[in-house]
Write a new protein. Structure first.
Length: 338
């Protein structure tokens, strides 16, 4: 939101001190805009004196009108928000059937925001501190089997520059386990062919080194030969960017998703699979082949080991399935041991 000085101060803190991406900062800003509109509506007589309707209905009916009628500024409303306001906001989100994950994310935004306000002496106490994050449904990340990965990687044609680019993209995602946002940010000099590593700029602009396999490097080299020839006849090509679109500009994450959807259909694979699934597959296959958890954490660029530990559940589940298929009767007898 643009009319709140303290929100802008917080967003600038995220951008320039915490070094969050512009996309992430915008998401925080959108969450705070929604909460500001809620407390604006909650501050009006229309909500306070309303009948026994839901908070969501009250909010929808009055927030727009109050936005032009109230004399309270957004900063004042946000600074004076209390724990009951936070709880009422979460209730409204629940009534509007937001997912638990989305509600938890919006609460995390408020938690960070009010922690920042206390730190900067804008307020004396944090109204979010007494509120617990709702329990999340634990969903194991989806991953591909080895033969499924191979089928997907073999799908893009290698006899033209766009097909060679797409094969290089898929190979790089699986070989390194990097995020799609990290992939599209790669420049030509980020690939070290001699050292067989890629220089990655991750979340918070933290840099790390990711090993990359020889097969992926060969595919990248094949693509670069096509790319460089095309760049010679097109002055619009960005000379520093590794993966470019047909106009020679940096690819977007959305473009990568669209390309992957195309090859998933061609390979006869589940189209709900996303580019991030290759990252999950990379981590799962690394652990299946004996890599230790701490090493996988470093390769993925996870700040916390607990984030990486979800993959141990995938490998344990796979081991259990293999065991049960090999020893069905014995597995039934020992089912309580898992």
């Amino acid at each position: 939101m643009t009319d709140s000085a303290i929100v802008q101060e917080f967003l600038n803190y995220l951008r320039f001190e915490k070094r969050f991406s512009e996309h992430t900062a915008k998401c925080y800003g959108a969450d705070l805009t929604q909460f500001s509109e809620f407390v604006l509506g909650r501050s009006g007589d229309g909500l306070q004196n309303a009948g026994p309707t839901s908070l969501a209905q009250q909010h929808d009916e009055t927030a727009t009108a109050l936005a032009t009628q109230t004399n309270q500024m957004p900063d004042q409303l946000l600074l004076s928000a209390e724990t009951d306001d936070i709880r009422a906001y979460l209730t409204m989100l629940n009534e509007k059937q937001y997912s638990k994950a989305t509600i938890a994310r919006k609460l995390a935004t408020l938690r960070s925001f009010y922690k920042f306000l206390v730190k900067r002496n804008h307020i004396n106490s944090n109204p979010v501190i007494a509120i617990r994050t709702p329990k999340q449904e634990k969903k194991l990340p989806q991953f591909l089997e080895y033969e499924q990965v191979k089928r997907l990687l073999d799908t893009p044609p290698m006899d033209n520059w766009l097909g060679a680019r797409d094969r290089a993209i898929l190979e790089t995602l699986y070989s390194t386990g990097i995020r799609v946002s990290e992939l599209v940010a790669l420049n030509m000099d980020d690939v070290d062919f001699l050292g067989e590593v890629v220089h990655v700029r991750g979340k918070g602009k933290k840099e790390r080194i990711a090993p990359i396999g020889s097969s992926a490097l060969q595919t990248i080299q094949h693509y670069m030969e096509f790319r460089n020839k095309r760049a010679q006849s097109n002055s619009n090509f960005d000379s520093k960017v590794l993966f470019v679109n047909k106009h020679g500009r940096r690819l977007s994450t959305r473009s990568v998703r669209r390309k992957m959807d195309k090859y998933l259909k061609m390979a006869g694979l589940d189209t709900s699979i996303s580019p991030h699934t290759l990252r999950h597959s990379f981590a799962t296959h690394m652990l299946n082949n004996g890599a230790d958890l701490r090493s996988v954490q470093e390769l993925l660029g996870h700040q916390s080991l607990s984030t990486t530990q979800v993959y141990t559940h995938l490998t344990t589940r796979k081991l259990k399935e293999v065991y049960e298929n090999a020893h069905p009767r014995e597995a039934d007898q020992n089912s309580n041991d898992w």
